[in-house]
Ligand binder design. Structure first.
Ligand code: DGL
Length: 268
């Protein structure tokens, strides 16, 4: 590509969830072209082992690099937790995960030094947020809570349903009992639950990893002199490893706009 700045950003996730990150990137960086890959044939990642997630991530990055991406955003919290370190040093372009930026904001926001983290079983079990937060401030105590039921509830579109309120209260109780004042939304799907979580956890500061990651991507691109400062409208391409029923409907809800170019590819 003649002008590297015009090359797309590669964004990937286990499925539709990472579209919340793509949405924030497109909001904060409206001139950036995006190539999105959702591993819909192999979702969920949240319950799989680290070795498997590293292998999947490497395959996806190889695919994204065939699209001449100038940077990669691992928009999946589980893949960021398990694979970022392994894949980052193999690449000669910026590779960002979704954990670091959220941890930094949480460390700045917490007053009582008690930070909660919600995410998949894999992300919470990895202890990655604790590692980041302790490095930023050893006095911070991190309380993790896996919330696996949130993913299907969000995909069902039950963002204000009494069932989701009930589930949220069960999950949040432990975090409230442990007096967290800041809560990291450590899963791609959770930004859509922000209004509900705000209502059910009043007084707790929510940290949206999609938002913080888009900010971090903007900084990383600027630092590498790769920011696309604009020339016409941005191009978005979506690739998936399967086209499940309702993919487009759910995806468009996550992305907040229509998805025209969806193509199925096989990574095998
Ligand atoms: N995208 C995943 C994450 O952010 C949630 C869905 C899954 O388990 O694959 O961890």
């Amino acid at each position: 590509m003649k002008n590297k700045k015009m090359a797309p950003i590669g964004v990937f996730d286990s499925g539709v969830g990472g579209l919340t990150v793509a949405r924030e990137i497109s909001r904060q960086l409206p001139y950036e072209n995006i190539v999105y890959f959702g591993d819909t044939a192999r979702v969920p990642y949240g319950s799989k082992s680290q070795n498997t997630i590293i292998r999947f991530s490497e395959q996806i990055i190889r695919f994204l690099r065939t699209k001449q991406v100038k940077a990669i955003v691992i928009a999946c919290n589980t893949a960021s937790a398990f694979a970022l370190d392994a894949v980052q040093h193999e690449q000669d372009i910026p590779v960002l995960g979704v954990i670091g930026a959220g941890a930094k904001v949480a460390a700045e926001e917490t007053v009582n030094k008690r930070v909660g983290v919600i995410g998949t079983v894999g992300t919470v079990g990895s202890g990655i947020h604790e590692a980041y937060l302790k490095k930023l401030d050893p006095k911070i105590t991190v309380i993790g809570k896996a919330c696996p039921l949130f993913v299907p509830l969000v995909e069902e579109g039950w963002l204000h349903d009494p069932v989701t309120v009930e589930v949220a209260n069960r999950y949040l109780q432990e975090l409230k009992d442990k007096d967290v004042d800041t809560l990291i939304l450590g899963c791609t799907h959770y930004p859509l639950l922000k209004p509900l979580l705000k209502a059910e956890a009043p007084g707790i500061t929510l940290v949206d990893s999609a938002l913080t990651t888009a900010e971090a991507a903007a900084q990383a691109l600027a630092a590498a002199d790769l920011l696309n400062s604009g020339n016409g409208s941005a191009d978005y391409r979506f690739y998936v490893s399967d086209i499940p029923l309702r993919f487009r409907t759910i995806g468009e809800r996550f992305l907040g706009r229509s998805m025209e170019q969806i193509e199925m590819v096989s990574l095998g």
